[in-house]
Write a protein that binds this ligand. Structure first.
Ligand SMILES: CC(C)(COP(=O)(O)OP(=O)(O)OC[C@H]1O[C@@H](n2cnc3c(N)ncnc32)[C@H](O)[C@@H]1OP(=O)(O)O)[C@@H](O)C(=O)NCCC(=O)NCCS
Length: 366
């Protein structure tokens, strides 16, 4: 095996990006053929979550051949606005979501993905929040145009251990799993409840609702009891899941969903309450939930009704807040620990303070 110093991490050029999608096609095509898969990515690239270079592919390469298609492994990052709450207040920051970590089968188990992700911290993380770059890794990768991330997240599909070993030095921890719980409601025996108060949300309604939610999240974080970080679902973040689902439906001649969430009218006794979802029958998931024990039953009933119409067998909500757990139980929701999509976070903080990642619901996934 070559020494760690002989590799570096570079932002992929267009050819390397397409090559990475061809390579990971077998892993993540979910029934699409290769042309459909490449088109899906191209079509998604123009949306807000990815546009203006917010989406980048990174490749681990031989230092002497950085634009080669014969690179070792790849991953993607999405640049997003995040929020950080500390005793000093709430700040908007830049943060990153890491996705599509992939090593071709022939290159596996040689330490490539681990080294790629270790180097990635030194590209995206703010300098003040990183330890010194290890000398044995050679010269650091370029962070030009990056180096501004206060935190980064990913969803592990390879268990809780691997990503913890991918820190910014050989001994520093990488991404740590937090709150990998979900609540599940089965639709067996489901009958529609009273839906008269609920307004269903079209895809075009979502951004306004989520922008209002984002403003509230920012305000509420002022009262956080400890240091925490969060994303918000507006600015195209949740819309990634919506567009992805729409494109897949079109490509596979499925039935396009009309409803993407539900909202309740606000009045004195009813604060702003809504939920959004991805309507795929095999994976009907609530992407963002803002409710109290009073509004929860009618919102869950709305989700169940649409899920049943789409022939889903269950609905799932990730990271339900503590204060809603009991109300979920009363509605037949069962809490379980996820074994995939494990939410994992790394905060670039010189003091090594422990931050909680709040609102790590499905909207954040990529
Ligand atoms: C996960 C993956 C990127 C690792 O790439 P790699 O270059 O072989 O990784 P490294 O050699 O740096 O590290 C190997 C480690 O991967 C971990 N790993 C790989 N697949 C795993 C799995 N399915 N479950 C748990 N751990 C796994 C192991 O911890 C292994 O550790 P070991 O060295 O102690 O055996 C690669 O297996 C892959 O592309 N898998 C398919 C796509 C995928 O699942 N990506 C991750 C999505 S979150």
């Amino acid at each position: 095996m070559a020494s760690l110093a002989s590799w570096t991490l570079v932002r992929a050029n267009r050819e390397q990006t397409i090559e990475s999608r061809k390579r990971n096609f077998h892993e993540w095509n979910r029934g699409l053929n290769i042309d459909q898969y490449l088109k899906l990515h191209d079509d998604l690239d123009i949306y807000e979550h990815a546009a203006d270079a917010k989406l980048n592919t990174w490749v681990l390469v031989d230092r002497n051949d950085p634009s080669s298609l014969n690179y070792l492994c790849a991953c993607e990052t999405y640049r997003r606005t995040g929020l950080v709450a500390t005793s000093g207040g709430v700040k908007e920051v830049t943060a990153y979501a890491v996705a599509s970590v992939y090593t071709p089968v022939v290159n596996r188990k040689q330490g490539y993905a681990r080294q790629m992700l270790r180097l990635l911290h030194h590209v995206i993380g703010i300098k003040g929040g990183l330890p010194e770059f290890p000398a044995e890794w050679g010269s650091p990768p370029s962070s030009e145009g990056f180096g501004d991330g206060k935190f980064s997240i990913l969803y592990s599909d390879v268990g809780p251990k691997f990503y913890t070993t991918c820190g910014p030095t050989p001994s520093a921890p990488g991404w740590i799993v937090q709150n990998p719980y979900e609540v599940v409601w089965t639709l067996e025996g489901h009958t529609d409840g009273d839906q008269s108060r609920v307004k269903l949300l079209k895809d075009t309604d979502l951004e306004d609702v989520l922008a209002k939610d984002a403003a509230l999240i920012k305000k509420e974080m002022v009262g956080a009891t400890g240091p925490c970080v969060s994303f918000t679902a507006n600015n195209g973040v949740n819309n990634y899941l919506v567009q992805r689902s729409i494109f897949r439906t079109v490509l596979t001649n499925g039935r396009r969903a009309d409803a993407w969430g539900a909202v309740l009218p606000e009045h004195e006794r009813q604060p702003f309450s809504f939920l959004t979802w991805t309507p795929d029958p095999l994976d009907f998931t609530i992407t963002r939930l803002r409710a109290d024990p009073e509004s929860l039953p009618v919102l869950i009933a709305a989700a169940k009704k649409i899920a049943a119409e789409r022939k889903a067998v269950e609905i799932v909500a990730w990271a339900v807040p503590e204060g809603l757990q009991e109300a979920c139980k009363v509605l037949g929701g069962v809490q379980r620990t996820r074994t995939n999509h494990l939410p994992s976070v790394h905060v670039y903080d010189a003091d090594g303070e422990k931050f909680e990642w709040i609102h790590n619901e499905k909207f954040s996934w990529c």
